[in-house]
Ligand binder design. Structure first.
Ligand code: GLN
Length: 198
């Protein structure tokens, strides 16, 4: 299984460390050619305007959209912003998930917080969500599955087919369950339809 982590800015290395714990040596992606033969791509947290600008400057937007026609993509925090169709302001995004996102929805850096989350289909107890100037999802289109909401109703994890997005930073915890979930999405996607899955 070939996994890439977009490595333009933000905490791409932390995702690679998490994946290494699961026995996966993920590739840093900075060039279009580094998307070749990938099965899955992670867009890490960071500053979504910066990552979007660098992706445009490095001519990565079209190649990532091409990759997304068959590949699995997961955006975390700033990466969730980049996954959105609509962020309510003009900034380049990939528009892979039919959702509207509110950036910095919980306040500034000093308002960062952690919360135990119940995530759909994630077994084994609550997941510790680390929120750092996090976005939240304020609208989802049909076909977008809500995987997690905070107590105040804020949507913080969604999935649309092969695309996953989380407002928080699983790579900053020692809990690998969401990275495992992402790898599972890939192994299911790779199966030809009709093949039994294990
Ligand atoms: N506030 C950042 C943004 O909207 C995201 C912050 C993060 O990834 N921790 O781009």
């Amino acid at each position: 299984m070939n996994i890439g982590v977009l490595a333009l800015q933000g905490d791409f290395e932390e995702h690679r460390i998490c994946l290494r714990r699961l026995g996966v040596d993920a590739r840093e992606v900075r060039l279009p050619s580094e998307l070749n033969e990938l099965n899955g791509l992670i867009i890490p947290g960071g500053e979504s305007t910066t990552i979007g600008k660098l992706a445009t400057d490095y001519c990565l937007v079209e190649p990532i959209l091409d990759f997304a026609k068959s590949g699995v993509v997961w955006g975390t925090c700033g990466g969730l912003v980049l996954m959105a169709k609509d962020v309510g302001m003009s900034q380049p995004t990939l528009g892979l998930i039919d959702m509207t996102v509110e950036r910095n929805a919980f306040g500034r850096q000093v308002d960062s917080f952690e919360e135990n989350l119940e995530i759909e289909n994630l077994h084994g107890g609550p997941f510790r969500g680390v929120f750092i100037r996090a976005p939240r999802v304020i609208r989802v289109g049909p076909g977008v599955q809500i995987l997690c909401k905070l107590e105040d109703g804020s949507i913080v994890a969604v999935r649309q087919g092969r695309f996953l997005a989380t407002s928080f930073h699983p790579e900053l915890t020692n809990d690998s369950r969401l990275h495992e979930y992402f790898l599972e999405m890939i192994s299911k996607t790779d199966q030809p339809s009709g093949t039994p899955q294990h």
